[in-house]
Design a protein around this ligand. Structure first.
Ligand code: ZN
Length: 269
C-alpha cells in the first residue's frame, strides 16, 4: 500500500507535491511515538508538519468576514472498482477505486480523463480522490463532527484545492452506504462491483456556502500552499454508517487543529 500511495502522489499530485519513496515509506500514524506531535521529526521531508505556519486542520472561528467567490461542483456518477489494502497494484483506468489503506477509507479517481472536477473562481480543478477522517479534522466554532470528507482536487497549474464536508448523525447517506457495503474485508484481492456506481455529488449538502482559507495537507509531508474550502452545511449519515467508516480507519484518524498564525478566513455564500 505504501508504494501505491507513492505512485498516486507522484502521478496525480504533480511535481510540486512529489516526494520520494523513503519519505512515503516512513511510518506515521495517529498514536504514540509516530503520532501527529512527532510527524515533523520522523523524516526530514516532513519538517513542515512541525515548522509550517499555515498548517491544516484549523478551527473555523465564529466571526469571519463575508467575501465573494465562486465554487461549482462538476461531479457525476461512475463505476466503482474496489482495491484492497494488500499487495494489489494500482490500476489506472477510467474507474474509481475504493482503497482501505490502514489509515482510512479513500476513493481514488485515477483517470486523467475523469470528468469529476470543481470550478473555483473560474479555474478548473480535477478530483483526484476523496477520503474520510473520524472525528472531523477541521472544527467549526470549536465543535467537532463524527466524520469529515476531504475531496482533493488539482488544477492544471499543479495547485491543490481541498473541499471539506462535515458529516453528522441522522438519516442514511446513499453514497456512504455503497462504500460501507464494499469496504474490502480480505487483503490481497481486487474486484469490480458489477453495476455499482457512485456519485461524489451524493456526498455534498444541498447548499454550498463555504469557508475559504489557505492551509496544508493534514497528513505528512504536511505540504503547504493548498486552497481549503469547508462547506458550512453538514451532510448526514446514520450512526451505523459512521461506525463502519470509523472502524475501517482503525480508530481515530484526525490531526489536531493547528494555529492560524494570522491567516484570513472568509465566508462565501
Ligand atoms: Zn484529509
Amino acid at each position: 500500500m505504501l508504494r501505491k500511495i507513492s505512485l498516486l502522489i507522484c502521478l496525480f499530485v504533480g511535481n510540486a507535491f512529489a516526494i520520494d519513496d523513503a519519505a512515503v515509506s516512513t511510518q506515521w500514524g495517529y498514536k504514540g511515538n509516530v503520532g501527529p506531535a512527532r510527524w515533523g521529526q520522523l523524516n526530514s521531508d516532513f519538517i513542515a508538519c512541525s515548522t509550517g505556519k499555515s498548517q491544516s486542520p484549523i478551527n473555523i472561528p465564529k466571526k469571519v468576514p463575508h467575501a465573494s467567490g465562486q465554487l461549482a461542483f462538476n461531479y457525476s456518477s461512475s463505476k466503482l472498482d474496489i482495491v484492497d489494502d494488500g499487495q494489489t497494484d494500482l490500476t489506472i483506468g477510467d474507474k474509481q477505486e475504493l482503497i482501505l489503506d490502514g489509515r482510512g477509507v479513500q476513493v481514488n479517481f485515477p483517470s486523467q480523463d475523469s470528468k469529476e472536477s470543481i470550478t473555483l473562481n473560474g479555474k478548473n480543478y480535477r478530483l483526484i480522490q476523496f477520503h474520510f477522517h473520524s472525528p472531523s479534522e477541521n472544527t467549526w466554532h470549536g465543535r467537532s463532527f463524527p466524520l469529515e470528507i476531504h475531496f482533493v482536487h488539482q488544477g492544471e497549474n499543479g495547485k491543490v484545492a481541498v473541499v471539506g464536508v462535515f458529516v453528522i448523525g441522522g438519516p442514511e447517506n446513499m453514497a456512504i452506504q455503497k462504500l460501507a457495503k464494499h469496504i474490502p474485508k480480505v487483503e490481497g484481492k481486487e474486484y469490480t462491483i458489477e453495476g455499482e456506481q457512485i456519485n461524489p455529488a451524493d456526498l455534498l449538502p444541498a447548499t454550498h456556502q463555504y469557508y475559504s482559507f489557505t492551509g496544508s495537507l493534514t497528513t505528512p509531508p504536511c505540504t503547504e500552499g493548498l486552497s481549503w474550502m469547508v462547506l458550512e452545511t453538514p451532510i448526514t449519515a446514520s450512526p451505523a454508517q459512521i461506525a463502519v467508516i470509523r472502524k475501517a480507519a482503525g480508530g481515530a484518524n484526525a490531526r489536531p487543529v493547528q494555529q492560524l498564525n494570522g491567516r484570513k478566513i472568509n465566508y462565501i455564500r
